[in-house]
Design a protein around this ligand. Structure first.
Ligand code: NDP
Length: 317
């Protein structure tokens, strides 16, 4: 009988019930129980923890833990909180999450390409004015990050007729997705920013990407360009973004993620006419599809004893 699995996390009661039900349905041969329901003796048998914003002290109380499966795709907080001695962290790579994210990136890119923020402002001013049409083919998109989510977003954008360039850390094997020009390094980033009408951020938050989009990077962007940040808030220097918007250098920013969430009521982003605020909704984890991914990884582990590909702690993603 395999050792039981612990669900460790800071979920509300309904979310926890949904995840437990989805995990039970996806893994009928396994038992997943919330950390708080396990006795000390049972905790000592847990080999795999399934986590969502866990309390690091609880994770540390599972002495036989071989690896940790995150229910989220972004793991910067786990990497920071669990420290270098923690077992390997496997993050969520879920095709359904990638589909949802790609759909949202396409939707918000259309929103910017079709000038929706300007029409919203015109409506507020009672102004009837038709603005020039700019086709997808005339709207260059620059994707920062071409991982699981960036690649799916690139596919949807290319399919919709947007020219797409992407920036990654290392050149992708095989040159990257069809129709996507890939750049690397600081010069590659500057060129990509200077050539893009819409810059989409899908990078992980790491020591290298924290504050990456600063005053210099905004100055390198095209005049009138827009930013869509669906990755992590701390990648963007908010003060520099507001300055670039106020100066009229950037036209608009759609922000789904913020350094502090929920976004504080005092933040100037809430009321800035050049900003669309979203409450971190672009890529929600779906309990059913996430549970299927966890089940697949766990089944392979039970069969082979090999831990799935884990986060590189040095890189931070
Ligand atoms: P991946 O790890 O699959 O991809 C990360 C990409 O970023 C890779 O292309 C990687 O390059 C690139 N990258 C990382 N560091 C650098 C760097 N220093 N310079 C240049 N490129 C870099 O991540 P995902 O696509 O799965 O997810 C991306 C992020 O999206 C998550 O980390 C999370 O923060 C966020 N997210 C947001 C959600 C939301 O609801 N808003 C939902 C889910 C995730 P390389 O390929 O060379 O390694």
């Amino acid at each position: 009988m395999p050792a039981s699995l612990a669900l460790v996390g800071n979920l509300d009661a309904q979310e926890e019930a949904d995840y437990l039900a989805a995990l039970a349905a996806a893994m009928p041969g396994e038992t997943v129980r919330p950390f708080r329901d396990l006795s000390e003796a049972e905790r000592a048998t847990v080999e795999v923890a399934i986590v969502a914003n866990p309390d690091p002290a609880e994770v540390a109380r599972l002495p036989r833990l071989a690896w940790i499966h995150s229910l989220w795709a972004g793991v910067e907080r786990l990497v920071r909180d669990l420290g270098s001695d923690a077992p390997p962290i496997v993050r969520l790579v879920d095709p359904e999450l990638a589909r949802t994210m790609a759909e949202a990136v396409l939707a918000w890119t259309y929103y910017l390409q079709r000038d929706m923020p300007a029409y919203r402002r015109q409506q507020e001013a009672g102004l009837w004015r038709q603005r020039p049409y700019r086709a997808p083919a005339e709207t260059q998109v620059g994707l920062l990050g071409l991982g699981a989510l960036g690649t799916a977003a690139a596919g949807r954008l290319v399919g919709a007729g947007f020219p797409v360039a992407a920036w990654t850390r290392s050149p992708p094997a095989g040159g990257g997705p069809p129709g996507v020009a890939v750049a690397t390094g600081p010069d590659g980033l500057t060129r990509l920013l200077g050539g893009s009408d819409v810059v989409v951020c899908l990078l992980p938050l790491t020591a290298e990407t924290r504050g990456l989009l600063d005053a210099g990077r905004f100055a390198a962007m095209k005049r009138g360009a827009a930013l869509l940040n669906v990755a992590r808030g701390a990648i963007v220097d908010t003060g520099a973004l507001l300055a670039a918007l106020d100066a009229g250098h950037l036209d608009h920013a759609v922000l789904d993620v913020f350094e502090t969430e929920p976004l504080p009521a005092t933040s100037p982003l809430w009321r800035h006419p050049g900003v669309t605020v979203l409450p971190h909704i672009t890529g929600p984890t779906n309990p059913g599809s996430a549970a299927a991914v966890v089940a697949g990884n766990l089944r392979r582990y039970r069969e082979t004893g090999r831990i799935p590909a884990a986060v590189d702690r040095g890189r931070g993603y």
